[in-house]
Design a protein around this ligand. Structure first.
Ligand code: HEC
Length: 115
């Protein structure tokens, strides 16, 4: 009988540790906004930033909640892919890794626009 509460507590502690990395790795909205306005994102050497074409996030407010995005005639499944297409084409930069902190920050910023 005594072991049940201990078991419950053990499971709760385990759950807390399992869930912690997910929240710890979340993107930073403020930093995402900075990157969004940064013309050197992805190593870009032209003067454009995301903000040049989508000022203040205008026009992409709902990108964070879409099932997919249709972009320049292409159907893309993940917001990360959309961001990388805009980095590689208009910015002339190099795609960011999906799990990089920069990508997480930008995606968090874009998702914050729709709220
Ligand atoms: C030279 C202009 C230009 C720049 C710079 C640019 N984009 Fe775009 N972006 C576009 C165009 C054009 C589209 C496609 C719009 C369409 O197909 O309806 C688009 C589409 C998008 C979408 C999808 C919107 C939707 O609702 O489906 C997102 C998200 C986006 N851009 C983010 C970014 C980010 C992040 C950056 C910076 C890395 C960036 N863009 C830089 C021109 C630009």
């Amino acid at each position: 009988m005594r072991t049940l509460p201990i078991l419950v507590i053990a499971v709760m502690i385990l759950a807390a540790f399992t869930l912690a990395p997910a929240s710890g790795n979340a993107g930073n909205v403020d930093n995402g906004k900075k990157l969004y306005n940064d013309p050197t994102l992805g190593g870009s050497t032209n003067p454009k930033s995301c903000n040049t074409c989508h000022p203040g996030g205008k026009g992409i407010e709902h990108a964070g909640t879409k099932e997919y995005a249709s972009l320049m005639g292409m159907k893309v499944n993940a917001l990360e892919d959309v961001v990388n297409i805009c980095i590689e084409r208009p910015l002339g930069g190099k795609a960011l890794a999906d799990d990089s902190q920069e990508m997480k920050d930008i995606v968090s910023y874009i998702k914050s626009l729709g709220k």
